[in-house]
Design a protein around this ligand. Sequence first.
Ligand code: SF4
Length: 720
Amino acid sequence: MTEITSRNIRAKQKSLATYKYELKPVVHGYANRTLFIDLTKKKIESKPMTPKMKELFTGGRGFGLWLLWNGIKDKTKWNDPENELIVAGGPIGGITAYPGSGKSTVVTISPLTDSVIDSNVGAYFGPYLKFSGWDALEIQGKNDKDVVIFIDGDKGEVTIEEADYDLVDTHIINRLLTEAYAQNEKEMRGISVISAGQGADHVAMSCLNFSFYDARRKEIRIKQAARGGCGRVFRDKHIKAVVVKYTQVSGDSNGCADIELVRKAGKRLNKEIADFDKVQNDMGETGTPYLVEIMSKFDLLPIQNFRFGSDPRAKQIAGEIWKAMFDHSGPDGCWYGCTLACAHGVPHFHLRTGPYKGETVFIDGPEYETIGALGTNNDIFNTAQILEMNFYCDTYGIDTISCGNSIAFAMECWENGILNLERTGGLDLSWGNYDSAIEMIHQMARGKGFGVIVGQGIRYMKKYFAEHFGADAKVMQDIGMEVKGLEVSDYISKESLTQQGGYAMASKGPQHDEAWLIFIEMVHKQLPTFEKKAEALFYFPVWRTWFSLHGLCKLPWNDIIPTSNKTAEEPAKVPEHIENYCWLHEGVMGIKTTHETLMAESEKVYHFQRVFNLRRGYGKRNDDRPPYRAMGPVTVKEYESRTERYDQQLREEVGIDPTGLSVEQKLAAVRKYREDRYEQLLDAVYKRRGWTAEGIPTLETLKRVGMDLPEVVEVVKHNS
Ligand code: SF4
């Protein structure tokens, strides 16, 4: 068979459908239509945007949720043809004058949670999709062979092309397609490709890779829509790739109402970044790995399946180590104009395992979460080993967070005797066994071996181990770090009650993009009462949701701190940056904007997503409870690793003298205390959010925010 190259790849694709459309400029952040594709019927059509849709759902995640709500039935499964995969940027997304403005959100029914998932991602796809004329891409149906969907925003044409060849791993397919759809190297900058690798054919925890061409390094760079199995849905629909091409980006492709106001905000933030990033978090050279040592110092770094929070070996994989390994030959923004530029990568990495063994590759990452999940949580503190796992997870289309934490769960089950060589197919899952960890990742890609069971996630493993190996369901419930079916992201939440709620109440499952309140509570001691905790768990999830409505990255909001924060009344909110966002909103959309305007936009969508969960059979109090490992020490070993802390808590907070008690008795007393407090937290937060004691938004709340659509009210009534 002839080798597939960028020159011949398009000749191997057969057009199944073509749709021509009129090119129109974006006005005040909107293209004012969405693109619908049905792969079963080979239908491509334009859907108009209604003013009501903009008013209620704003864009990005909001549009994704609304399109999905209308596209599926109540009982639609993730692999039913009518499940949809939606990608949407947002009205502010695509501006180049303000850092962090190129994100998009993927929305679908998740194979991990069976409910709605939203996953945000960088790279150029979201802005290019909009500039090509579409506020969202909505894909339904399935083809029986692989297809490439090509959106040509230069020509005004969408095609579905059958792509019946084997190549699928991201680092290969994204390069070939970027080259194939560009006339020359300059045009490669105008192309973004979405793909998922061969792992996404077999395991639920699959991600999507979104790319852009890094002209300075001549590399295809990738960012992940990682959470909740979007890649699995993508491959189940037999999509090999979605390619968008738009080569005309300008400083005002967004059709801003007042570009000077946008520039004013950008100028202020860019100056702060230039002045302070190096002395604050050094995102520009170190990126999120700067967190590794800090988390270890504060006992928050996940070690051995979240049992412990710090380890002296953290310095072997600390920010400074990664900084020295990263390529600093060019800027690392994942969209034009992002001067925070945290998307680093390691060049010239020599692969030692798997199908690409012997090849030298550029690896995007690792991010902090990847280091925590694949590294420390599995007791692996070796940079080369973390990088090799990072590379293969990405190119196979596997979420590093879910993957690492699922392996960690399996390793603890090994230690507990639930797993043995016979049950794992010969893999020794002792802590830190890198050879077994990387082999499981390769098994996920091959679709064979014990790795495939691990790749279905912790919720699946808990059931499987109980049914097949007689494992104690209660023990696994305590140590299995998933909520709603999604693996918990990589911070220890045991000593932060508010963060326990931030994780477990999060709409899609325990991802830190909804709330990260550990420092406010633990270090700054700003949430002493249930009332304050509830206020934080109202404000921050609603506020953070706002970024995903507009195609914005959250990092420039609070990973760079202005001097005005020193005298701010509520520094955690970073008021000066909120003012920037008001300027951006007004400058792009032409709507007079205050902080309240932004919160109101977001609150509508926040409650709507809760009701969407309800419609799927979730979204109630019982779904908001974390495993006990996220709340406190499960085992004697964990208790004994922090005896002083827990004994002191028993004495000072619980009112029990620990002297003379066995560790088991002390564990039980701490547990009772913490579980009681968690229930009190739920009560307080639900009340603040305007939800019932069962966690259901009340009709008054829906009416207050303007989300009392008849179909939404019907779901609430049905579940009340
Ligand atoms: S801050 Fe980092 S992740 Fe966010 S847009 Fe900039 S480069 Fe991308």
